[in-house]
Design a protein around this ligand. Structure first.
Ligand code: AMP
Length: 395
């Protein structure tokens, strides 16, 4: 069976068509500028990347172009829609309603809509993607895979904030966590790499990309994670501040004459690596800047790594030990310097890195020294494949 994996944003739609049996990506691409003008980028396996301007007033036209590209007699990869057995949709926020992936029904869509307040930018866009696919493929089963679902196993002591309890009861204010598909995929793979049973392994997954989060996975279940009600909490990210003293918000609002939306904009879009460095949110620019002696770029890298190490330490405490630490996503997979700096704080856990392995790390590799008490690994994340697997399991 071929599974179409869809990740729908407010003005973009990423897709991959995956052969579920061989797990091979048959084609992938992205529709951008939906509702503005429209651009499709499409790449069949082993073929050239094609870019074309297409009018996409809504997501329905975008999906239509995706299907036309996939079934195109020359560059397509399937003969007809009949060869797409199911669609897997990435959904951002499932609130407390979804602790696992589900087949999409009218009830499911209603329940997702009820979580819109918790992710006002993402959930409505995800639902628009579902509706667009339903229009064009009314008989194809669809599955929703939630970013928050994997973290629903957290105990109350990890998800409750020190706030009046009625905010949890009335407004569902609690830690949810995100990147769940990635944390689940990588923690499972880490146990395989260690040759240990998943339900007997303690893993800390460091998903370090432009958005970044850490999770503690004990015996196959997430017990804590760094993102919260929204993705703003936790690590220092590309442009997000991560944890700060909440009183800073009032202080800055007064000094800079900002309202709540203005302060939130600063915390989400102008802070983090970009805010500290004043240079860029992109780690490649920061490492280049640091090499040239740019002090703020150096400071941004130091703050980033220190925050990661503090979370790793707290999660080792939360689980009363750790068997494996796995680095993933753009920075975690590609920046040896970050892994080295983070691990340099963790000698007390008995961690030693194999410098050579860390420098040349590729796919799924162990980078800790043979005598390291905790295994450290680099495991490329693959959220699309994880969504494909979940979809197949349900349909
Ligand atoms: P992601 O959100 O997972 O796509 O990760 C994006 C972040 O990873 C950005 O800060 C990129 O600069 C960084 N990144 C991606 N590839 C590389 C690379 N080859 N070398 C250094 N940083 C990278």
């Amino acid at each position: 069976m071929n599974v179409l994996v869809i990740n729908c944003g407010s003005s973009s739609l990423k897709f991959q068509l995956i052969n579920a049996k061989s797990e091979e990506v048959l084609a992938k691409g992205i529709c951008e500028r939906i509702g503005i003008d429209g651009r499709l980028t499409y790449q069949p396996e082993g073929g050239e990347k094609e870019k074309s301007e297409k009018a996409m007033p809504t997501h329905t036209e975008a999906i239509q172009f995706v299907i036309e590209a996939l079934t195109n007699p020359e560059t397509g990869v399937v003969n007809s829609l009949d060869e797409i057995g199911a669609v897997g949709h990435r959904m951002v926020h499932g609130g407390e309603k979804f602790a696992s992936s589900v087949v999409i029904t009218d009830e499911v869509k209603k329940a997702v809509e009820e979580c819109n307040d918790l992710a006002p930018l993402h959930n409505p866009a995800n639902l628009i993607g579902v509706a667009a696919c339903e229009n064009l493929m009314p008989n194809t089963p669809m599955v929703a895979v939630f970013d928050t679902a994997f973290h629903q196993t957290m105990p109350p002591k990890a998800y409750m904030y020190g706030l009046p309890y009625e905010y949890y009861e009335k407004y569902k204010v609690r830690r949810y966590g995100f990147h769940g598909t990635s944390h689940s995929f990588v923690s499972k793979r880490a146990a395989e790499l260690l040759g240990k049973a998943y339900d007997e392994t303690k893993t800390i997954v460091c998903h370090l990309g432009n958005g970044a989060s850490i999770s503690a996975v004990k015996d196959g279940k997430c017990v804590d994670t760094s993102m919260g009600l929204t993705p703003l909490e936790g690590l220092v990210m590309g442009t997000r501040s991560g944890d700060i003293d909440p009183a800073i918000m009032e202080y800055i609002a007064k000094k800079e004459d900002l309202d709540i939306a203005g302060v939130m904009n600063v915390l989400n879009k102008k802070s983090g690596l970009e805010g500290i460095s004043g240079l860029s949110s992109d780690f490649r620019d920061l490492t280049a800047g640091a090499k040239e002696g740019n002090k703020r770029a150096i400071a941004a890298i130091e703050v980033f790594c220190y925050r990661v190490a503090k979370y790793v330490g707290s999660y080792a405490a939360a689980m009363n030990g750790v068997d494996a630490i796995a680095f993933t996503a753009g920075i975690g997979e590609n920046v040896g310097l970050v892994r080295e700096k983070v691990c340099s704080y963790l000698g007390y856990l008995g961690i030693t890195l194999d410098a050579e392995a860390n420098a040349k790390s590729g796919d799924d590799c162990v980078i800790s020294a043979a005598d390291s008490k905790v295994k450290v690994a680099v495991i490329p994340t693959n959220e699309e494949l994880a969504i494909c697997r979940e979809t197949v399991a349900l349909v």
